[in-house]
Design a protein around this ligand. Structure first.
Ligand code: FES
Length: 166
């Protein structure tokens, strides 16, 4: 992604302008604007982070402090399906580590990697806030609770068949 290609659309800029007016300072709108950038560009490259800083009148370091703190902000491209496995205590005690190993073996990647077809990325995350459904795998914005190797295998097969049609 080049710096030239990292520009919010006019529509997005208008949306941001309206958003900023709802907060006491532009910095307060940083997280929603970062979400917008991630949605528009897939991930938060340094160019995208600089653009967000410029749009909000912040220093790049103020943006970096937030991007590097929260795991939901991505600084690298990821697959079409981002498989985020909670490996915190509740999920770990219900088989999350074995699930991660199974998914990585099935996909032929390690944690943090993306399959060569660009479809799947597997990551480990902290508590997803759905401990009653442990183990939890968040796929993009959808929670898969009480996930098992079998349910994730079925998801992967289905996603592959849909991905092949894209
Ligand atoms: S420990 Fe996994 S959702 Fe809370």
């Amino acid at each position: 992604m080049s710096a030239e290609s990292v520009r919010f659309s006019d529509e997005r800029l208008a949306e941001i302008e309206a958003l900023v007016k709802r907060y006491p300072s532009p910095q307060s709108a940083l997280m929603p604007v970062l979400y917008m950038a991630q949605e528009d560009f897939g991930y938060l490259s340094m160019d995208a982070q600089q653009m967000v800083a410029d749009v909000l009148g912040l220093r790049l370091m103020q943006v970096r402090e937030v991007v590097t703190f929260y795991t939901m902000f991505r600084e690298q491209p990821c697959g079409t399906y981002l498989l985020e496995v909670c490996t915190n205590a509740g999920c770990m005690l219900n088989g999350a580590n074995e699930l991660v190993s199974h998914m990585c073996d099935t996909l032929g990647i390690s944690v943090g990697e993306t399959t060569s077809d660009g479809l799947f990325t597997v990551t480990e995350v902290e508590c997803a806030g759905a401990c009653g459904g442990a183990p939890v795998v968040q796929v993009n914005n959808i929670y898969h609770e009480k996930a098992t190797p079998e349910t994730m295998d079925a998801f992967i097969v289905k996603a592959r068949s849909e991905g092949a049609g894209k």
